[in-house]
Design a protein around this ligand. Structure first.
Ligand SMILES: C[S@@+](CC[C@H](N)C(=O)[O-])C[C@H]1O[C@@H](n2cnc3c(N)ncnc32)[C@H](O)[C@@H]1O
Length: 376
């Protein structure tokens, strides 16, 4: 049994944590949640997150020097999470971007008012060229460039050197086209020319210059239960956070990033495969229970399962009861050791508030369970 070092994030130099912030995602827990769980499980040899989102758990495992596996059904999440496991130099990322752009224009520029207002003409052509080329590439450098692109795709316009390719927009979610066009036209806010390569270069250096050593691991794009069924590895620590009950529009909110990954140039309103699309609470509890059962089958006896969960106030439900019911429904041998408030995180750290539309504060809870019985 090797002891692992999982110091709190405040003990790490700021630049070692930058890669974790490569791209915002609608919900993410603070790095300290998985780091605390790692510190509480000194014998851990492999870490799992079956709802990995942007890969915070995987980054914590990287800091602790451990291999990890993440699963997510959202291509945007999987693409960001993948970057958390990759070791490349900023130079390699920039060289690849330059090589693609030097190869000349390719791909079809999407048409319509939104696109004309969101990106300056030349910037859009570069963006489309990079998108088209990256759709066919699977190397680690390409995966890192893809995640860098997702992070610089949209965000606020700054006074100094630009950090984002788009016209004024939030960075956490993409505005809907009609709203965005109205916003820009009303203010006469024409998009500025932003040379993609320059932004990529600045961002890659910032993120990767001091990134910690990567360890083996993999991110799977798919449904957790189905994917877990095909995994051979055994895990001793699982740190995760399923979608909060009541959240529905997260796929649509990432529509511009979804487009960059090969999706249509419009807002997709489907919620394919998302566990939160269940018709009612009972079905949601049941679906979560199936995940905890599938997780148990991939874990060693004594494994620790740590779950952060919450529900939107509008869902009018008790997240603690829901989560406990789902663990019970799994009938998988998880013995609940602890349930407590997730503390009082700052507004920035609250998953539901990062989502931006949660309204009043919601209760978030942390549940810790241990695999004691034999899984079914
Ligand atoms: C609360 S977020 C996880 C955030 C993560 N802790 C982070 O720090 O980024 C929940 C994730 O579960 C994913 N998800 C929903 N249904 C899923 C399913 N059936 N299989 C795998 N992932 C799923 C969503 O796409 C979302 O990324």
């Amino acid at each position: 049994m090797t002891a692992i070092t999982a110091a709190p994030s405040s003990d790490w130099p700021e630049d070692a944590l930058r890669l974790n912030a490569i791209c915002p995602y609608y919900t993410m827990f603070p790095l300290d949640f998985p780091l605390q769980q790692l510190a509480a499980s000194p014998g851990t040899s492999r870490v799992l997150d079956p709802f990995c989102g942007r890969g915070t758990t995987l980054y914590a495992a990287r800091l602790a020097g451990l291999p990890s596996v993440g699963i997510d059904i959202n291509p945007v999440a999987a693409a960001i999470a993948q970057a958390k496991l990759i070791q490349v130099t900023p130079g390699a990322v920039v060289r690849l971007a330059r090589q693609i752009l030097d190869g000349g224009m390719r791909g079809e520029v999407p048409e319509g008012e939104f696109w004309q207002w969101c990106f300056e003409h030349e910037t859009l052509r570069e963006l489309v060229t990079l998108r088209e080329a990256l759709l066919e590439m699977t190397t680690p450098t390409a995966a890192m460039l893809r995640a860098v692109m997702l992070g610089i795709l949209h965000g606020p316009r700054n006074k100094n050197l630009p950090s984002y390719l788009s016209n004024q927009m939030p960075r956490t979610y993409a505005s809907k086209p009609a709203y965005a066009v109205k916003f820009w036209t009303k203010r006469d806010m024409e998009p500025a020319r932003v040379p993609a390569l320059e932004v990529i270069e600045r961002r890659a250096k910032r993120l990767l210059d001091a990134a910690p050593l990567a360890h083996s691991g993999k991110v799977y794009l798919g449904d957790s239960v189905k994917t877990l069924g095909g995994l051979r590895q055994k895990f001793d620590l699982v740190v995760t956070s399923p979608p909060y009950y009541g959240m529905r529009t997260y796929v649509a909110d990432q529509w511009l990033r979804s487009w960059f990954l090969g999706g249509p140039p419009e807002v997709p309103y489907g919620t394919y495969g998302q566990i939160a699309r269940q018709p009612n609470q009972e079905a949601f509890i049941q679906a979560l229970g199936e995940v905890w059962a599938a997780v148990a089958r991939c874990c060693r006896q004594g494994a620790r399962l740590a779950i952060r969960f919450g529900a939107l106030p509008s869902a009018r439900t008790d997240p603690e009861q829901m989560l406990l019911a789902s663990v019970k429904a799994s009938k998988a041998g998880w013995a609940v050791k602890e349930v407590r408030q997730a503390g009082t995180p700052t507004k920035r750290n609250r998953q539901a508030e990062q989502f931006g539309k949660a309204g009043s504060a919601i209760d978030e809870i942390d549940l810790v369970a241990e695999l004691t019985g034999l899984p079914r």
